[in-house]
Design a protein around this ligand. Structure first.
Ligand code: NAD
Ligand code: ZN
Ligand code: ZN
Length: 361
């Protein structure tokens, strides 16, 4: 039986989002219906609403979510009703060329629900990142549900479903940060602070936070930044070099998605260092670099999709570290809000007032 719930929908490029009725089908083969308990507001939702990701409006926004499985399709065995889960947007297929080669975090054929959620008039909705969790219930592929210890609060757990995981994984997995490394993180929102926390967990000794907002830099210190640089008041590349013996950082993580900050990341690293791009650019952006510098500076320029995470491996482990008091994930939750406050949360994100607003359902 199709159920009707309230959800946050972006109808057209740049238009304010609205809370409206969403029809959710009963789960079919390979699918799970999830009772959403919390869903964070990520910058990627704002990219969707602004038309920066695609033109498949209307979008059902929200993708950093945790909740309880309510029902599953006939053949589903990996999760069961009652399981507390974090939703992931890269459910691996197990069969593509990446999966077959033992690199499932790169899976090239990730799974989503086959059936579509719709508006009341039958218009098909595009769920953000194949999730669409600013809604009381959502339909996903069962592999998008990762079971974790239910002792964690849903608002905190949900953040591992996107931004915080993307940041943690950019440092831990893509950047391969290790003990004694120097790390610079450019852009200290939820994603950048996740990278700072990941660098600290991995044993980096110098962690430089770069932002244009002093409030963000203060929060970055709470996640483990040893030094902060406000790039409005000076050249961040020169300051990062100065803080690293004149050389640059071993790993520089860009968590904004702009050409000028990607360029800063490229030049702020030491010879043979690694640049990790986590920020999502828009289609018209270009990065121009002297080829001699790309060659001559050596090292690696990598992009990080979802922190190269493997949800089944990383979500339970990170939840357990949190519950053991070793990963203060709760600090990412700046406020909890209602479903009809998402538009205002985008504005607060733009003004730099929050790390994460989390919709509580
Ligand atoms: N790669 C992935 O898998 C993945 C996953 C989630 C989010 N993202 C992307 O990561 C980026 C960050 O997301 P977020 O939710 O943390 O966003 P956010 O808006 O919370 O944070 C962005 C931060 O960048 C700072 N900033 C803006 N312009 C700057 C500049 N020129 N120099 C220095 N700092 C500047 C802002 O003050 C803010 O603190 C977005 O592009 C988002 O789409 C990527
Ligand atoms: Zn695959
Ligand atoms: Zn996100």
């Amino acid at each position: 039986m199709t159920i009707s719930v309230q959800g946050v929908v972006a109808r057209g490029k740049g238009e304010p989002v609205e809370v409206t009725t969403v029809l959710v089908p009963e789960p079919g083969p390979g699918e799970a219906l999830v009772d959403v308990q919390a869903c964070g507001v990520c910058h990627t939702d704002l990219h969707y609403k602004q038309g920066g990701i695609g033109n498949d409006f209307p979008y059902l926004l929200g993708h950093e979510a945790a909740g309880v499985v309510e029902a599953v399709g006939p053949d589903v065995t990996d999760v069961a009703p009652g399981d507390f889960v974090i939703l992931n947007w890269r459910a691996v297929c197990g069969r593509c060329r990446a999966c077959r080669r033992g690199r499932p975090w790169y899976c090239f054929d990730t799974r989503n629900a086959s059936q579509k959620m719709t508006l009341e008039d039958g218009t098909t909705l595009s769920p953000a990142l194949g999730i669409g969790a600013f809604a009381a219930k959502t339909l996903v592929a069962s592999g998008q549900c990762t079971k974790v210890n239910p002792a964690i609060s849903p608002a905190t757990a949900g953040l591992l479903g996107c931004g915080v995981m993307a940041g943690l994984g950019a440092a831990l997995n893509t950047g391969g940060v290790t003990r004694g490394d120097s790390v610079a993180v450019i852009g200290c929102g939820g994603v950048g602070d996740g990278a700072i926390l990941g660098a600290q967990l991995a044993g980096a000794t110098t962690i430089i936070a770069v932002d244009v907002d002093d409030r963000k830099l203060e929060w970055a210190r709470q996640f483990g930044a040893t030094d902060v640089v406000n790039s409005r008041t000076g050249d961040p590349v020169a300051q990062i070099r100065e803080l690293t013996g004149g050389f640059g950082a071993d790993v520089v993580i860009e968590a904004i998605g702009r050409p000028e900050t990607c360029q800063q990341a490229f030049y702020a690293r030491d010879l043979a260092g690694t640049v990790v791009l986590v920020g999502v650019p828009t289609p018209e952006m270009r990065l121009e670099l002297p080829l001699l510098d790309v060659f001559g500076r050596g090292g690696a320029l990598k992009s990080s999709w979802y922190g190269d995470c493997l949800p089944s491996r990383d979500f339970p482990m990170l939840v357990d570290l949190h519950l053991a008091g070793r990963l203060p994930l709760e600090k990412f939750v700046s406020e909890t809000i209602a479903l009809d406050e998402v538009e205002e949360a985008f504005a607060r994100m733009g003004r730099g007032e929050v790390l994460r607003s989390v919709v509580s359902l």
